[in-house]
Design a protein around this ligand. Structure first.
Ligand code: HEC
Length: 145
């Protein structure tokens, strides 16, 4: 094979790689169904204190921290090996821009084809609605920036 031919084949391969990467596009987190978006958290973040706060903090640590990090920055110990990175909750405005029902729904149902698994009733972790609302309230309290 001559040099020119090799060059053409090489460039072709690069172009193909670039176009497939682009076709996939940037990932968009799915948006919750309207029914969820209109839900309000029955638990007020300001009311999380004492024993209840300790308990939900422990739940976050045991089920969420390895990806989303203790500080909610998305840099947990497992994050390095994940291609689509865990969301950072502490990006300024992030928590304010997300409705309670959106956060609740992703925790409950997961995000398809990502490492964000479903945690709701009937799953391995089997969190109750109350536990998930508490997690949402905890995220508001701890991570709003
Ligand atoms: C194995 C890693 C992993 C674990 C454990 C994990 N997450 Fe996630 N999480 C992700 C990834 C990856 C995404 C990004 C999904 C996307 O953008 O589609 C995500 C996204 C989210 C979002 C973003 C929702 C939005 O609309 O922006 C919330 C809320 C969330 N996770 C909460 C939790 C909570 C609460 C726990 C613990 C009960 C948890 N996650 C555990 C990996 C994880």
């Amino acid at each position: 094979m001559n040099v020119a031919r090799m060059l053409i084949l090489g460039l072709g391969a690069i172009a193909l790689t670039l176009s497939t990467a682009q076709a996939a596009g940037p990932h968009k987190t799915p948006v919750a169904p309207a029914k969820y978006l209109s839900m309000e958290n029955p638990i007020d973040a300001d009311d999380l204190e004492g024993r209840v706060l300790k308990k939900v903090k422990r739940l976050y640590k045991s089920k969420c921290k390895k990806c989303h990090g203790t500080e909610g920055d998305g840099k947990g110990s497992a994050a390095e090996d994940i291609v689509l990175k865990p969301t950072s909750f502490i990006v300024p405005g992030y928590m304010e821009d997300r409705k309670d029902g959106q956060l609740f729904w992703i925790i409950k149902a997961g995000s398809k084809d990502t490492e964000m698994k479903a945690f709701g009733p009937g799953t391995d972790v089997n969190l109750s609605d109350e536990e998930m609302w508490k997690l949402v309230a905890y995220m508001r309290k701890a991570f709003t920036k």
